[in-house]
Write a new protein. Structure first.
Length: 198
């Protein structure tokens, strides 16, 4: 969190001009801060985001004041792979907050070794955690899963160091049986009529 991303106030009518000038239109709100329309330097922001991660805490210089924030939401230009708008949530470093954290499935399940298919219906869980303890991802071992097994939050809740907000039946992984392609034999015999020209 050593890097402080500088911001500037913006006119919401000039978003296109800001993007062309190397800035990302944004908004910041939350703890001890009124909602403000701002712009952040794209290079500085991208560099900081790469350093702290999607859920990491970063500092914004808002009107000369250093504010601890997390990236609450963002919009992407999919074609260019660029963030075109960002929402920052100002936070109290001493209070827990709810964040979505990626779930990383580890290990090779028994079922997959037997030909089954591992599927991940939900790739994130919501946890409550202090800002300084936000993980980049949560690893969940699926090596013990056999064909037909379903792994829900209830199965891992006690094994995770963070309080998971999702319901017990929130599915994280399943191992389905291998697809068997049924070979359909064509039993119909095509009759070929041979005509003899006389």
């Amino acid at each position: 969190m050593s890097t402080v991303v500088k911001t500037q106030k913006r006119d919401i009518k000039e978003n296109a001009k800001l993007r062309n000038s190397g800035f990302i239109p944004a908004v910041v709100y939350g703890y001890q801060l009124e909602t403000q329309s701002i712009a952040v330097n794209e290079k500085d922001f991208t560099k900081t985001l790469r350093e702290v991660g999607r859920n990491g805490v970063m500092k914004l210089d808002v009107d000369g004041k250093s504010v601890n924030v997390v990236l609450n939401d963002y919009q992407m230009n999919v074609l260019k792979g660029q963030i075109i708008h960002a929402d920052f949530l100002a936070i109290n470093m001493k209070e827990e907050l709810e964040v979505n954290v990626a779930v990383n499935l580890t290990g090779t399940s028994v079922g997959v070794s037997e030909g089954g298919m591992l599927q991940q219906p939900n790739r994130e869980v919501t946890v409550t955690v202090k800002p300084s303890d936000i993980p980049d991802s949560i690893d969940i071992d699926v090596s013990g899963m056999a064909i037909g097994d379903i792994l829900n939050v209830a199965d891992v809740r006690e094994k995770i160091d963070f309080h998971i907000m999702n319901e017990d039946d929130y599915t994280l992984a399943t191992v389905t049986a291998p697809r068997v392609e049924e070979e359909t034999e064509d039993t119909e015999t095509e009759s070929v009529e041979t005509t003899t020209e006389k």
